[in-house]
Design a protein around this ligand. Sequence first.
Ligand code: ATR
Length: 276
Amino acid sequence: MSAKIPLAGVIGAPVAHSKSPALHGYWLNRYGLKGHYVPLHVEQIDLEQVLKTLPKMGFVGANVTIPHKESVLALADIVTDRAALIGAANTLIFRPDGKLYADNTDGYGFVENLRSNADWDPKSGPAAVLGAGGAARAVIASLLEVGVPEIRLANRTRARADALRAEFGTKISVVEWVNANEMLKGATTVVNTTSLGMEGQPELKISFEHLSPDAVVTDIVYTPLHTDFLVRAADKGCQIVDGLGMLLYQAAPGFERWFDQRPEIDEATRAHILSL
Ligand code: ATR
């Protein structure tokens, strides 16, 4: 009897825009693996039933995207510490024992992207984080995990930043959105987690007068690859890291678990995604 072909996919609504099928498909092809990865458009009302049905259909796991990243936690049997801390999951494993395992690799992807693409020491100074949405939660949790001494946080809606400080602790200080440029003084890690600068969105118009050339500056936006924010930081002499790497690195742990192959993240992988 031949072994079952492992299936995986990305669960969301909408999912048509997701680059995950192209990325996992690329890796499956590159390594000559038997397996398929498909987009799965699932509405909230159907999520629980779909999660029960997929393993019976040969699915070994899935990625989860908007709007299910938070609600899937309540349906999981096992939630990793980092998923619980972030309050969301992006990677599921349908275990052979029938248990649903939920993990979050967004923070891992964020940190690996910086480690792999910059000479970055998170302990070298404060981090400045712009934005306090879902992406900021993963960024903040992972920055604290790798030992940043201090996080300065600014968000247009101050209450969301205050809530993150209350939750994640005293290493976080909240700065008014209009004064965000001041929190760049002495910061050695600078992160845009807002959607500003994304194609079709306004630019992130923060002044860089206090930005040190020693800072590593990164953006979670990757369309365009080089946002105005990154271009201006490069002009200041900073190391810049684009957001595409975060997408690639957060995908790798799931791929390895489902298809039993560690995927390489290199120029060829980047070029494939950028060619789409
Ligand atoms: P994600 O999961 O991608 O973080 P989100 O939770 O909707 O998405 O968060 C979007 C982030 O971009 C928030 O920090 C948001 O600021 P608010 O909390 O004030 O909404 C920020 N953002 C989006 N549009 C913005 C704008 N025009 N000006 C300033 N911040 C903006």
